[in-house]
Design a protein around this ligand. Structure first.
Ligand code: NAP
Length: 439
């Protein structure tokens, strides 16, 4: 009889508890489907007096994560952060034990180091759950698209911000109220910084870019802008122009052989398949040379969807261990000779500009002049009276919306510096990037 594979879990919070429950309750099903037996060796948490949504058998509980590594064939890290989590992953890999993690922060910022360590120690690190929770995005990049060059990825990779933007659009809720509601419903953490500032989505798009383009993006070079400054007024004006606003994570090749990796509030046309992704859902579009466009959508977080993805990785490694006595990654990160991915410092996009200006003749003429000087052409102009009810400062300024054709971000920023100096421009201009490509 084949020996059961021993799996140890470090971290028993939202995801860890879900993994324990699935491995125990679905043990027979996994055995039937995958032909292997998985046994939990130990589960580490800090405080076992805490109530969890599934009761972990007493004989599996420990507070010593080092013991978990010793007792296991496969180590699962579900602590989060980059302190204990990194120490535990490093220790497991050095001991030659394969690791499964859901930790996007760790993989996005230390992936290169950890993958090298895994290789040196002839073992593997898998992280399907780190991006898109229960949506099998990494599996698609590694396996389904193995014969294709990925050209572009667009993703809604953070459920908290998508929920907030949906509520702002549906009910005109200001950002702060929408955030409060998300926290009350358990969709946002007490400290939501990583989500609302776009860092969580940036970690995830970095990981997808690494896999899609076969190297490592330096996370410090990723352009990140969150949603804290988004106003309902711009969401409504965007609708007038046929757009919806999403916190979009983008990774795409440019004509110079570099990769744009960026996260920012983005207007997308209503016929982009991501436009109807509402609430806490996540979704990703992959564009590749032979398959074309592929959209995947689902639960991007939560105990059971995320745990399902973690268990998928555990089963893959357990199958390898039981048949070959060792593990291997199907398409490892970092293709030979292509370790660093060159990240573009400037990017090419369309722009939505909101300029709060005095309502008097000649304003548009002067603004258009500055844009023309910087080689930026205007695609459309919108100035509507109904917006006045959204503007506090009724007497002095009304919003003038300019939609540009594609330009480099550096050109737009230079133009805005000049425009801001004009005496009739009353506030800092609002700039929102527009991804016009229709899918
Ligand atoms: N939550 C989601 O929906 C989701 C989705 C995708 C990915 N992820 C990722 O999954 C990972 C886990 O997230 P989570 O939401 O499950 O976190 P969590 O609920 O905060 O759980 C963290 C767990 O780690 C344990 N822990 C902390 N320090 C420890 C130590 N020194 N020794 C042993 N155990 C320790 C905690 O113990 P106590 O319980 O005793 O405090 C807790 O059980 C993170 O990397 C996160 O980014 C989460």
């Amino acid at each position: 009889m084949v020996k059961p594979i021993k799996v140890g879990i470090i971290g028993c919070g939202v995801v860890g508890t879900g993994v324990v429950q699935i491995l125990l309750e679905q043990k027979k099903l996994i055995q039937q489907k995958a032909g292997i037996e998985i046994e939990i060796s130990a589960v580490a948490a800090r405080n076992w007096n805490k109530k969890r949504f599934y009761e972990v058998p007493k004989n599996l509980q420990t507070t010593d994560w080092k013991k978990v590594i010793e007792k296991s064939d496969i180590v699962v890290e579900l602590v989060g952060g980059v302190d204990v989590a990194k120490e535990a992953v490093v220790q497991a890999l050095k001991a030659g034990k394969p690791v499964v993690t859901a930790n996007k922060h760790l993989i996005a910022e230390y992936g290169k180091e950890l993958v090298s360590l895994a290789r040196e120690n002839k073992t593997t690190i898998l992280f399907e759950a780190a991006v898109g929770g229960g949506i099998p995005l990494i599996k698609v990049l590694k396996e389904s698209l193995v014969s294709n060059n990925v050209e572009e990825i667009q993703g809604i990779l953070n459920g908290t911000t998508n929920y907030i933007l949906t509520r702002m659009e549906e009910d005109n809720l200001p950002f702060k109220e929408a955030l409060k509601e998300a926290q009350e419903k358990g969709y946002a953490e007490a400290d939501p910084t990583f989500d609302i500032e776009g860092i969580d989505a940036a970690h995830k798009i970095t990981i997808l870019a690494n896999l899609a383009f076969g190297g490592f993006v330096d996370f410090k070079k990723v352009f990140v802008e969150g949603i804290t400054n988004v106003e309902v007024l711009d969401i409504k004006l965007g609708r007038e122009l046929g757009y919806t606003l999403k916190l979009l994570a983008i990774a795409k090749k440019n004509s110079k052989g570099q990769v744009e990796v960026r996260v920012h509030p983005t207007f997308i046309p209503m016929d982009n398949p991501l436009s109807n992704v509402r609430g806490v859902f996540n979704a990703v579009l992959f564009k590749s040379d032979y398959l074309g466009k592929l959209k995947l959508q689902g639960a991007g977080a939560g105990a059971y969807p995320t745990a399902t993805a973690v268990v998928q990785d555990i089963v893959q490694l357990a199958k390898q261990l039981s048949c070959c006595g060792k593990t291997f990654d199907i398409t490892p990160l970092g293709w030979k000779g292509k370790e660093e991915i060159p990240v573009a410092e400037d990017f090419y996009s369309r722009y939505y500009l909101r300029l709060d200006v005095e309502d008097k003749p000649g304003v548009l003429h002067q603004i258009a002049g500055i844009l023309a000087e910087k080689n930026i052409s205007i695609a459309g102009v919108l100035q509507q009276e109904w917006v006045l009810k959204f503007v506090n400062d009724k007497n002095s300024a009304i919003p003038l919306i300019i939609l540009t054709h594609k330009a480099y971000e550096s050109q737009i920023k230079e133009a805005l510096k000049e425009i801001q100096k004009l005496p009739f421009v009353k506030k800092k201009p609002v700039l929102i990037r527009v991804e016009e490509e229709r899918y």
